[in-house]
Design a protein. Structure first.
Length: 269
């Protein structure tokens, strides 16, 4: 009878987190998917005009915004849909859900009640972060299905089913990375406001480093940004970048581990 009880304790927080958050997760999924599908469907109308407008921009700005090949399906999607809109929403999702891993309960005063149950602090963090990853995976899968649904009507057939899958897999990894950052900040500070503020600041700096580092002679700074490993290998053309995916996975693991370590050594009284 002990083994089933242990197995239940190892998963109860994971399942309860998904169950209690299902309405919010459905809202995030719908919002991100609709935004991705809507902007992707504009490709036939915007590709030609967008290319002409891009040509009028300074070369450095075109390079920074990845707008040199906006007339192709992969170029359009990589510079707008998956290059700006969707990853921005993914960052917000990671911050919002990551803040609930521990900071929300600590701030509301319910963390002590939760930890009074037979669950360790480490298990709490790991299970709730696993729920975040599961939700991010679900969002990535639904976005992939949406891209396939409009692929023909939006003239996106130049991007294969596998290439869309690769891009959505990279999206899941980016979401997990920002979720891990938010989880770590929440575990260290215990304040949701701090989680949102610091995650937003880090996200903005990371995006700026990825986008403008080369233009200002700081090309090395782009390698410090998760956006570099998310999009610069062009998954919509070349499929999954194993190296970039590994960097995002390792970064997420390190952030969660560091946050968990600090959480275990804090006085939560």
């Amino acid at each position: 009878m002990i083994e089933p009880a242990v197995a239940t304790a190892r998963t109860v927080v994971f399942t309860k987190t998904l169950r209690d958050s299902h309405r919010g997760l459905l809202g995030w999924t719908a919002g991100i998917t609709v935004a991705a599908a809507a902007y992707a469907s504009f490709y036939p109308q915007l590709a030609a005009n967008g290319a002409a407008q891009a040509e009028s921009l300074p070369e450095g700005l075109r390079d920074a915004l990845n707008m040199n090949d906006i007339s192709s399906a992969a170029g359009y999607l990589g510079s707008t849909v998956f290059g700006l809109i969707v990853p921005l929403l993914a960052m917000f999702f990671g911050a919002a859900v990551g803040a609930r891993v521990s900071a929300a309960d600590e701030e509301s005063g319910t963390l002590d009640l939760l930890l009074a149950h037979p669950i360790t602090r480490t298990s709490l963090i790991v299970q709730r972060f696993a729920a975040l990853v599961a939700a991010a995976t679900g969002i990535g899968f639904i976005v992939w299905l949406a891209m396939l649904a409009i692929r023909g009507s939006a003239e996106l057939t130049a991007v294969s089913v596998g290439q869309f899958a690769a891009q959505c897999a990279h999206l899941v990894l980016l979401t997990g990375c920002f979720g891990a950052l938010a989880t770590a900040i929440g575990a260290v500070t215990g304040h949701r406001g701090t989680v949102f503020a610091l995650t937003a600041v880090v996200g903005a700096v990371a995006w700026a480093a990825h986008t403008f580092a080369d233009s200002i002679g700081l090309g090395w700074a782009a390698y410090l940004s998760p956006f570099h490993y998310y999009i610069d290998s062009e998954p919509l053309r070349h499929g999954i970048d194993v190296g970039g995916a590994a960097v995002l996975l390792v970064a997420s693991a390190v952030l969660v581990a560091a946050g968990t370590y600090r959480f275990n050594h804090r006085d939560l009284a």
